[in-house]
Each structure stands twice: as C-alpha cells, then as structure tokens.
Design a protein around this ligand. Structure first.
Ligand code: HEC
Ligand code: HEC
Length: 277
C-alpha cells in the first residue's frame, strides 16, 4: 500500500513537471519575451519600443498584475486574444501582436502557455500608447482589417503528410510565427501569402530578413536538414557566420530550447516549401 501511494505520488510529480516543461517550451518557441520583456527589465512587464513601417508599438505588460497586467483575465479572455486578436471587451488588436500566427496553436499548447504565464511574478507597470502614423492610429480600422485578412481557426494537420512534417508545419506557422518576419507584407500590413517565406526587406528594427525557402540562390536550398538544425540550436550558419539581429533572440530564447525532434521537424517542413523569390 505504502509503495503504491509513493508510486502514485511520483507519477503526479512527473506529470506536473511535464506540463511545466511543456509550458516553458511553448513559451520559448512563441517568443513572447522577445517583445514583452524590455532589455534588463522584469519578465513580461512591457517590452522595448517595436519600430515598424506603420509606427512604434509599445508591447504591454502581460504579467498577472491585476491593475496594469492581465491578472483579471480568464482563460477564455486569453484564448480570444490569441485566436481572434481581441481584447476582453472586444477591441481588436494590431497584428504587430502576431495572433495572425498564434491562432493556429492547439488548445493543449494554449493551456500550457496560460499556466506558464500565471506563474510569472506580477509587476506593476502601466501601458504606453503606441505612436502610429495616420491612418494606422485609428484602431476602429482593425475591424475591417480582421474581416479581410484574419482567419482565427487552429492548425489542421495535413493527412497526406507524416507526423514530422505536420509537427514542423505547426511549429513554424503557429507558435514559431516564422512567417511574420520572413514574409513580405502588402499595403495594409498583411502577409503576402504568394511569397510566404520569400524574405522581407522591411523587417523588424529595419532589418532585411532573408528568404528561407529552398531556392538554391537566394534561399536556403543548399542547406541540409542537419545544417538547419545546427543553426536553430547554436546560431551558426554553414559558412561559419553567426545569426544576428532579431534572429539571435529567436534562437537564444526560442529554438535553442527545443528538443532535437522539434528542430528536425522545422527543418523538414522548410525543405518541403516551394522555392519562392
Ligand atoms: C512581435 C512582437 C510580439 C510578440 C512576439 C508577442 N506579442 Fe503580445 N503584443 C504585442 C503588441 C505590439 C501588443 C499590443 C497590441 C495592440 O495594442 O493592439 C501585444 C498585446 C498582447 C496582449 C494583450 C494585452 C492587453 O492588455 O490587452 C496579450 C495578452 C499578449 N500580447 C500576449 C502575448 C503572448 C502570450 C505572446 C507569446 C505567445 C506574445 N504576446 C507575443 C507584441 C508581441
Ligand atoms: C523577429 C523576426 C524573426 C522571426 C520571428 C524569425 N526570424 Fe529567422 N531570421 C530573422 C532575421 C533578421 C534573420 C537574419 C539574421 C542575420 O542577419 O544573421 C533570420 C535568419 C534566419 C535563417 C538563416 C537564413 C540565412 O540565409 O542566413 C533561418 C534558417 C531562419 N531565420 C529560420 C527561422 C525560423 C525557422 C523561424 C521560426 C521558428 C524564424 N526564423 C523566425 C528574423 C526572424
């Protein structure tokens, strides 16, 4: 009997560790800290200014502080923000918050992420207004934008592909939100779906984001699966250069913390894309 109780105890602890670990991994690949944590600031209490062609965004405090953070939110509020890009009162968010990718996350991953966010120490730090150029400052325009460009449905696996490919597609298109930087944008800031992953000359912080389709000249067609895995783990390109700019953060806070099987899945998915320019 005692043995059984001990055993059950061990199993419960194991399950809790696993879900904690899952939350940490989802948090890592989703890169929430890259925007919501300021350099040398407390975790998730509001990020550094985010410079975009539409103006400057100030990513808000998402710690559980009830006044200035999201401490009063329910899990339903959180799911709505992540899938529909709406605040609890229905106000639409700017797609600078990449819900345009996060909506693909599974219920299990959203739940693990929510549990992780609830454990972050609450910090009192009021939000700052964004500084956007006309007409982007008019939030009401986002209702039309979402109607035109946002489809809040979760990821649907492709039954004609294997588990590795589907895992990679999910991580890249969903929590990893890789397309948000690696795809050029149209006039209204929407992703240009015809040129998915073909690179973006107007990337975040004025960076030029490279093409990561298998095009052999302008993309990563000459990289092997192992070389892509190594890059996402360590940040070193096949030619010996190290990743810089926003990608250095994506690797350090994100992909370097994932298991090998996930990095391999990402590489397999990228290799399967049609080459685009
Ligand atoms: C590329 C930068 C970026 C990333 C990455 C990012 N966010 Fe945000 N987030 C923003 C911006 C900018 C806003 C403000 C949007 C607005 O005002 O319309 C925001 C708003 C939010 C809000 C709404 C807060 C409120 O008080 O209304 C929540 C919740 C949120 N983000 C959670 C997350 C989570 C969780 C992650 C990781 C899964 C994440 N964000 C990743 C930029 C980002
Ligand atoms: C915040 C913007 C951003 C996000 C999100 C992002 N990247 Fe990048 N990525 C960049 C930038 C910028 C570079 C160029 C880095 C450099 O100059 O060293 C880059 C470089 C790369 C490269 C190397 C390409 C080359 O030719 O050197 C690969 C591969 C890559 N990213 C894959 C990914 C994957 C996979 C994801 C999603 C898990 C991702 N990136 C998410 C901005 C981003």
């Amino acid at each position: 009997m005692v043995v059984l109780v001990l055993l059950l105890g061990a199993v419960t602890i194991r399950a809790e560790e696993d879900s904690g670990n899952r939350g940490a991994q989802v948090f890592a690949i989703a890169g929430c800290a890259n925007c919501h944590t300021a350099r040398n600031g407390p975790p998730l209490a509001g990020g550094d200014p985010l410079r975009t062609p539409f103006g400057i965004f100030h990513p808000p405090n998402i710690t559980p502080d009830p006044e200035t953070g999201i401490g009063r939110w329910t899990y339903g509020d959180f799911v709505r923000a992540m899938r529909e890009g709406r605040a609890p009162d229905g106000t639409p968010y700017y797609p600078a918050f990449p819900y345009t990718s996060y909506h693909r996350m599974t219920d299990a991953d959203l739940w693990a992420l929510w549990a992780y966010l609830r454990r972050v120490p609450p910090v009192r730090a009021p939000r700052r207004d964004h500084e956007l150029s006309f007409p982007y400052g008019l939030r009401s325009g986002l209702h039309l934008w979402q109607w035109l460009f946002h489809d809040p449905r979760p990821f649907v696996p492709d039954p004609d592909r294997d588990g590795t490919w589907n895992r990679g597609a999910y991580l890249v298109l969903g929590p990893g939100h890789c397309a948000e930087c690696h795809t050029p944008r149209g006039w209204f800031g929407q992703l240009d779906e015809d040129r998915l992953f073909a690179g973006n000359p107007d990337g975040p912080e004025g960076t030029k984001v490279p093409n990561i389709t298998p095009d052999p000249e302008v993309g990563i067609g000459r990289w092997s699966v192992d070389q892509i895995v190594f890059y996402l783990r360590v940040g070193m390109r096949p030619d010996g250069d190290f990743a810089g700019g926003p990608m250095a953060k994506v690797i350090e806070n994100g992909t370097s913390r994932l298991p090998d099987s996930d990095l391999r899945a990402i590489a397999v998915f990228l290799k399967s894309l049609p080459p685009r320019r």
